[in-house]
Design a protein around this ligand. Structure first.
Ligand code: C2E
Ligand code: CA
Ligand code: CA
Ligand code: CA
Length: 277
C-alpha cells in the first residue's frame, strides 16, 4: 500500500483504514492460493566459501497474485501467520521443495523456513516426515530454519516439537541470529545444528572495513565453531565483502553475489553447474 502524506489526523486515519482493508483483502485472496497453483518455489544457493562449491539451497516462496504479480514473502507470510493459513502454505513449500530436491544431486542440502506458528501444529512432524518419504529425500538432507520467536512466551510444546523434528534426522538452523530478541541463551536452550548470521552484519562490511562488525563476525564464527554448529553469513553482495568474510573465518555464505533466489527450473541448472564433487 502506498502511504499518503500524513497532513492531518483525518487523512492519516483514512490511509490507515485503507491499508488495513487492503491487508484484509490480500489475506482473503491468499486462502486457497496453494490449491489454485499460485505459489512459486524459488531457491537461493548457499556456498562453501573455502572452495566456492555449492553446499545447499534455501527454499523461498513467492505468491503470484493474478492481478498484482509476484508478491514477496515479507508481505504475505505475516498475513498467512495472522490468519492461520500458514500451515497450508508451509506444507506446500515443504512438499514442493522435497520434490525439487529429489531432482538434483543428493550431495546438495535443502533448507526450508519454518514459521513458529507451524510448530503449534501437533502434526508438523508427520507433515515433514511424509514430504521427505514421498519424494525419497533422506531427513539428513533437510535443514529447518527457525527464528528465536519459538522461545518467546515459554512455548514448551513448540520446543518439544522442534526436538522431535530434529530426532527424525533433520537439522535445525537459527535464522537472523544477532537481531531482535535473539540472545546467547538460545544457543543453550534450542536444539541447533546451524547458525545464520543476520545480513545486517555483513552489510556493514560493504563500504570498507567496519572494525566493530568485523570483530562481531569473527567472534560469532568462532563461537559457532566451538559449539559444533555450521555457520552461514547471509546477504553477501560484493567480492570485497566476500574476501573480508573469508578472512574472518566464515565457512558458508549466501547472497546476490552468488545468485538471487532462482525459479525452480533455473535453480536446477545452477545445481548441475556447481554441484559438489
Ligand atoms: P530469510 O529467511 O531471512 O531469507 C533471506 C532473505 O534475504 C530472502 O528474502 C532473500 O531473497 C534475501 N536475500 C538473499 N540474499 C540477499 C542479498 O545478498 N542481499 C539482500 N539485500 N537480500 C538478500 P525473501 O525471499 O524476500 O524472503 C523474506 C523472508 O520471508 C525470509 O527471510 C523468511 O523469513 C520469509 N520466508 C520466505 N519463504 C518462506 C517460507 O517458505 N516459509 C516461511 N515461514 N517464511 C518464508
Ligand atoms: Ca531463512
Ligand atoms: Ca535470515
Ligand atoms: Ca528473516
Amino acid at each position: 500500500a502506498k502511504r499518503r502524506a500524513r497532513g492531518t489526523t483525518a487523512r492519516f486515519d483514512a490511509s490507515m483504514r485503507e491499508e488495513i482493508s487492503e491487508r484484509l483483502r490480500l489475506a482473503d485472496e491468499l486462502v486457497g492460493a496453494a490449491a489454485r497453483g499460485e505459489l512459486r518455489l524459488y531457491l537461493q544457493p548457499i556456498i562453501d566459501l573455502d572452495n566456492n562449491r555449492l553446499k545447499a539451497f534455501e527454499a523461498l516462496v513467492r505468491w503470484e497474485h493474478p492481478l498484482h504479480g509476484l508478491v514477496p514473502p515479507g508481505v504475505f507470510i505475516p498475513l498467512a501467520e495472522d490468519s492461520g493459513i500458514i500451515g497450508e502454505i508451509g506444507t506446500w513449500v515443504l512438499r514442493e521443495s522435497a520434490r525439487w530436491a529429489a531432482q538434483i544431486h543428493p550431495g546438495v542440502y535443502l533448507s526450508v523456513n519454518l514459521s513458529t506458528r507451524q510448530l503449534e501444529d501437533p502434526l508438523i512432524g508427520e507433515t515433514v516426515r511424509q514430504a521427505l518419504e514421498d519424494f525419497e529425500v533422506p531427513p539428513g538432507r533437510l535443514t529447518l530454519e527457525i527464528t528465536e520467536s519459538v522461545l518467546l512466551d515459554g512455548q514448551a510444546e513448540q520446543l518439544a516439537r522442534l526436538e522431535a523434528l530434529r530426532a527424525t534426522g533433520a537439522r535445525i538452523s537459527l535464522d537472523d541470529f544477532g537481531t531482535g530478541y535473539s540472545s546467547l541463551s538460545y544457543l543453550q536452550d534450542l536444539p541447533l545444528d546451524v547458525l545464520k548470521l543476520d545480513m545486517s552484519f555483513a552489510a556493514r562490511l560493504i563500504d570498507g572495513d567496519d572494525p566493530h562488525a568485523s570483530t562481531i563476525i569473527r567472534t560469532v564464527a568462532s563461537l559457532a565453531k566451538g559449539l559444533g554448529l555450521d555457520f552461514v553469513v547471509e546477504g553477501i553482495e560484493t567480492t570485497d565483502q566476500l574476501a573480508r568474510l573469508r578472512a574472518l573465518g566464515c565457512p558458508l555464505g549466501q547472497g546476490y553475489l552468488f545468485a538471487k533466489p532462482l525459479p525452480a527450473n533455473e535453480a536446477v541448472v545452477f545445481a548441475s553447474a556447481g554441484r559438489p564433487g
